[in-house]
Ligand binder design. Structure first.
Ligand code: PLP
Length: 388
């Protein structure tokens, strides 16, 4: 059988014949992947348009920024289009150097990846051995359990404390001799909550040196609380601490896939050894470089996000909806009937994020017009269902 034929029929034929004998996919594919399911992204606008019977869809399900990339990033990408026959600069040297200068670290301490998602997986790949333990809060970002599974580590999920906040003392207490990674999400996705400086310092003091602390700051630029601990303030290039950030959120480059982070040089080198050689594409590199220069736009976006969030909060209060204070670009709304409310919002053309039957929905903060539409949609839902 030719390889081309096998590739063509493979998906539909679990037991095809190769070289005269049956192929058992169960034996070929690592058995520890058996119980896993692919990541389920939020609904896309096209999927909802037909269902809602309207064109004006507000996609508030993936914590994206409502505006496009900054103009200088678009220009930089345009200038590169004709050169896309060439591979990208494999080590993203210019981007790493710029990040190093901007954040005052050395360039061998900078990680760049195809989104911070890729960096989460690469870090797990270089650190986790089967049977190691990974500690993370729950609910938190779904990629932490995914990478834990991929590398056959054991999950130590520490429930959020009342107020939907990380319970850092319980997380420190959950560390054992087998713990290899602690993932911290600050602000936390999906709740938007943060932990503060004093508790983080106490936590760091309690963490033994065999444990890698990965602080995921995907929503860092949206934070306005003065008590927020910038993970980089605790980074010294020696302590096993990694800080991850992304260009996907406030910089509006989610579709390009580019994230970054800071790690001790030995860890960066290990990641460089296992990453795909050209993991950050050319357009992503130039767009990220240009975006870093537009600090005024980042401040404007942070302020606008804050304004829309405040308006949402007061509207939720007026409607008797319980919400969790958020430092990010989304709000965690509590509801006893998430499935009904999710569907009712969809009918209004508003896509939020649900978590199955968990008693909450995550509502992204969009443009002022989208916020107005969101409030109207919740008003319609409350008047139809009586409450949320
Ligand atoms: C907490 C958190 N970390 C990381 C990511 C991944 O972002 P990206 O891979 O787009 O950089 C996300 C995306 O939603 C997130 O919410």
């Amino acid at each position: 059988m030719t390889l081309a034929y096998r590739a063509r029929v493979g998906d539909n034929a679990p037991h095809i014949r190769a070289g005269g004998s049956a192929v058992s996919w169960d034996r070929l594919i690592r058995e520890e992947l058996e119980g896993l399911s692919p990541y389920t992204p939020g609904l896309r606008e096209e999927q909802v348009r037909e269902r809602a019977g309207r064109d004006d869809i507000c996609k508030l399900s993936s914590n994206e920024h409502p505006d496009g990339p900054v103009p200088s990033a678009i220009e930089a990408m345009r200038a590169e289009l004709g050169g896309l026959n060439r591979y990208p600069e494999g080590a993203a040297v210019a981007l790493r150097e710029k990040l190093a200068t901007r954040f005052d670290v050395s360039s061998d301490q900078v990680l760049v990846g195809a989104g911070s998602n890729e960096l989460l997986r690469l870090l797990a790949q270089v650190v986790l051995r089967p049977g190691d333990e990974v500690v993370y809060a729950w609910p938190s970002f779904v990629v932490y359990p995914m990478v834990t599974n991929i590398f056959q580590a054991a999950h130590v999920k520490v429930p959020l404390a009342p107020g939907e906040v990380h319970d850092l003392s319980a997380m420190a207490a959950a560390i054992t001799g087998r713990t290899r990674i602690v993932f911290l999400c600050n602000p936390n996705n999906p709740t938007g909550t943060i932990y503060h400086r004093a508790e983080f310092e106490e936590f760091l003091a309690a963490v033994p040196p065999h444990v890698l602390v990965v602080v995921d700051e995907a929503y860092y630029e949206f934070v306005t609380d003065a008590g927020y601990p910038d993970g980089l303030d605790y980074f010294d290039g020696v302590r096993p601490l990694v800080v991850l950030r992304t260009f996907s959120k406030i910089y509006s480059l989610a579709g390009l896939r580019v994230g970054y982070g800071f790690a001790p040089a030995a860890l960066v080198r290990a990641v460089d050894c296992v990453r795909e050689p050209f993991n950050v594409n050319t357009l992503a590199q130039v767009a990220a470089l240009a975006s870093l220069d537009d600090e005024a736009e980042v401040s404007r976006r942070r302020a606008e996000n804050q304004e829309q969030k405040t308006y949402l909060h007061s509207s939720f209060d007026r409607l008797g909806i319980t919400w969790v204070p958020s430092e990010a670009n989304f709000v965690y709304v509590m509801t006893e009937r998430p499935v009904e409310v999710f569907d009712a919002l969809l009918e209004q053309g508003v896509i939020v994020r649900d978590f199955g039957t968990a008693p909450a929905l995550r509502v992204g903060i969009g443009s002022p017009e989208e916020t107005r539409r969101t409030v109207e949609a919740f008003e319609a839902v409350v008047s139809r269902l009586g409450s949320v």
